[in-house]
Design a protein around this ligand. Structure first.
Ligand SMILES: [Zn+2]
Ligand SMILES: [Zn+2]
Length: 164
């Protein structure tokens, strides 16, 4: 996708105003809160840009970094994929869908400290727990598997062994 070039003043450095940064961070945070779908930084950027066309990807990265540092947002990492972001601060695990790649929040029945859930080895100290599951999200679990061939209007008969 080509960057849009309708604004010749794009090189003008942004004013170093705390107000503006707060506004941008708020927009980034709201973009994350609007849907619990764990977007990547680029996806957050696309959403924020829609409302705030002047925002840059670098700014979105900075905002995400400071939101993460302030504990308002969690990063979610899965294999070699780019980090994704989660604004759900309730204790929860993540289900990585092996079919569509989505991430679903899995809450605990009753929030409780890790030592009540896990049999922690003696002397161990937990700073943060990150639990992940692999499986299928609800839509993928209900959908017909992609591995099955699509319906054909004229199904070929199963190849019968040709007579002797
Ligand atoms: Zn989450
Ligand atoms: Zn899925």
């Amino acid at each position: 996708m080509l960057p849009h070039t309708d604004r010749p003043n794009r090189e003008t450095p942004l004013p170093k105003k705390g107000m503006r940064q707060t506004e941008q961070r708020k927009a980034v945070f709201e973009a994350l809160m609007s849907r619990a779908d764990h977007p990547s930084a680029v996806e957050v950027f696309m959403r924020v840009k829609y409302r705030m066309p002047s925002i840059s990807l670098a700014t979105v990265y900075n905002c995400l970094e400071s939101l993460t540092a302030n504990g308002l947002v969690r990063t979610v990492n899965h294999e070699r994929e780019p980090s994704r972001f989660c604004a759900n601060l309730q204790e929860h695990a993540h289900l990585f869908c092996s079919e569509c790649g989505s991430i679903t929040d899995i809450p605990l029945h009753t929030p409780m400290p890790p030592e009540q859930i896990w049999n922690l080895p003696e002397g161990v100290s937990i700073a943060q727990q990150e639990v992940s599951f692999r499986g299928l999200c609800a839509p993928c679990a209900c959908a017909p598997r992609q591995g099955t061939p699509p319906r054909t209007p004229n199904p070929a008969p199963a190849a019968a062994p040709s007579g002797n």
